[in-house]
Design a binder for this molecule. Sequence first.
Ligand code: 13P
Length: 255
Amino acid sequence: MNKALRRTVIAGNWKMNKTPDEAKALIEEMKPLVAGADCDVVLCVPYVDIPAAVEAAKGSNIRIGAENVHFKASGAYTGEVSADMLKAVGVEYVIIGHSERRQYFGETDQTVNLRTLAALNAGLKVILCVGETLEQRELGYTETLLKYQTKIGLTNVTAEQLKNVIIAYEPVWAIGTGVTATDDQADEGNGFVRAAVAEAYGADVAETVTVQYGGSMNAKNAEGLLSKVNVDGGLIGGASLKAPDFSVIVKAASK
Ligand code: 13P
């Protein structure tokens, strides 16, 4: 296992928080705190915040992402946004398959796969989210489910395209609950994801894929989680809304 073969990526997921003015202010506050980080730093923001965020992040090491994307290029899909539209306004990353999208907005592994393909074809980098519910964990299906979600999500993604995919293991029971997976649970879950990539693309490719952990990661627990061999970064919700907390996580990832 060689962590040096892959990029460490710390990404914030702001979810449905911040107006454009607030986004600008938060990014201005973050810029000096994360400058010079020895990891990739990404902020995924609500659609309407994207222009302000891209402008505020200009000239810094912060890259801007979106929180979802539709799988069609254009057409009668009221309320949706295409990958080309995101690309055109300076978006570089997009979160796909977040458990909140699956839980509240009916997204399935199949639509997650279609969104992934559309984003990659448009030249976006994808943060593909997978994760089990508490019930699924207690029934003993964590490994099966993570492998299934990973493989379906990556259907028809070529090994070349996979270079633009980050996978985020986010146990649903740890998101926004304050209950973090232990360092070992995170490492194990990320390991199941990497094993699924190995089954689909071979062990050498799997060694190069960035697998993040997400779920109540914060300034206090980040260092322990990030010290694990299979944890190549984090996808951070609540703590990404506070510049000092987010920068502590970025610094922990830079060690
Ligand atoms: P929290 O860090 O708030 O638990 O959210 C995690 C998450 O869902 C990131 O995508």
